[in-house]
Design a protein. Structure first.
Length: 117
């Protein structure tokens, strides 16, 4: 869980730690659903594993420096640092959203049925 470095301050930080834990718990199923829709069944387990490993590595590499930033400077500075670290991923997510169409659960509509030709 993120936010353990915040517990050292004693100014409401335990509540922040709980909120971060709750948000991460809520994001897990959303990320899982997003991945399930956008990956083929034959590679889905590999993608889930890769996402999990990258998440763990990011927490290990990014968590302590951001916690130290929050402790020494401010929580705002640490949040800005986290946003700066995550920002380069946005174009990749936008590209992934455009590249892979979300499959429809409805059968395709035949244009002849709609337009009568």
């Amino acid at each position: 869980m993120h936010g353990h470095g915040l517990l050292l301050k004693g100014d409401g930080s335990p509540a922040a730690s709980v909120c971060v834990g709750l948000l991460r718990s809520a994001a897990g199923p959303l990320v899982g659903a997003w991945l399930a829709v956008r990956t083929e069944a034959s590679t889905r387990a590999t993608v889930y594993s890769l996402v999990s490993q990258v998440d763990a590595a990011g927490q290990l590499v990014g968590g302590p420096p951001l916690g130290l930033t929050a402790e020494r400077l401010s929580i705002r500075a640490a949040l800005l640092g986290a946003a700066a670290i995550i920002a380069p991923a946005v174009p990749f997510l936008i590209g992934a959203a455009r590249r892979v169409p979300i499959p429809s659960r409805r059968p395709p509509v035949d244009r002849r049925d709609v337009y009568g030709s």
